[in-house]
Design a protein around this ligand. Structure first.
Ligand code: FES
Length: 191
């Protein structure tokens, strides 16, 4: 499968957030980390698909078509098998998020507690336009400066403290819309 077909399949597109992540380059360190992970799946290397994709996303911010080709080659499987995994799990990103990626819970408790109003306020403050987003192909919307991005997420397992969100790996609860400005201020000054 060619890269151009992959690009169509996984809805990859450029975002202003890319400047905060290194371009996908296969370094000796990346090869070594992947080989080590694959060594745990002798006899069933295809099961290393998820671990390898996590490595790629952690290093490069998202899963690019070139990364899909590389993972497929490492595991000696068809790229479409990797595409199936990337497109099945919402946790795998198909385009670069911002430097600070905000996942806002939209499940019942948080929706009733104001998560949609929180999302609206975050977009208003960061200049993010979500009009082109859709939950399947373009769930992530990035600010023009690339520093912030937003995405709706399903239950983040803190329903009693709704509405909640995560900024990268940091959890924030009780984030009503009027607290959005303070939340962004915690990150805005970080280089
Ligand atoms: S509904 Fe939002 S954390 Fe569960």
């Amino acid at each position: 499968m060619s890269v151009s077909i992959l690009q169509e399949t996984i809805a990859s597109h450029e975002t202003p957030g890319e400047k905060f992540y290194p371009p996908f380059v296969v370094s000796p360190e990346l090869e070594a980390e992947a080989d080590d992970r694959i060594s745990h799946y002798v006899g069933n290397v295809r099961s290393a698909t998820l671990p390898l994709l996590h490595i790629v996303q952690h290093r490069f911010g998202f899963i690019s078509p070139a990364a899909i080709d590389w993972v497929a080659a490492k595991l000696n499987i068809e790229p479409i098998k990797v595409v199936e995994v990337v497109t099945f799990y919402p946790g795998f990103r198909q385009s670069a998020p911002g430097k600070f990626h905000i996942r806002v819970c939209r499940t019942l408790s948080c929706a009733m507690g104001g998560s949609h109003e929180l999302m609206e306020r975050l977009c208003e403050l960061t200049g993010i336009d979500r009009s082109a987003s859709d939950p399947h192909h373009h769930p992530i919307s990035v600010s023009p400066c690339g520093k912030f991005s937003v995405e709706f997420a399903e239950c983040l397992a803190s329903c009693g403290t709704a509405p909640v969100c995560m900024v990268n790996d940091h959890f924030h609860d009780g984030v009503a819309a009027e607290k959005a400005e303070g939340l962004l201020a915690k990150y805005a000054d970080q280089a």
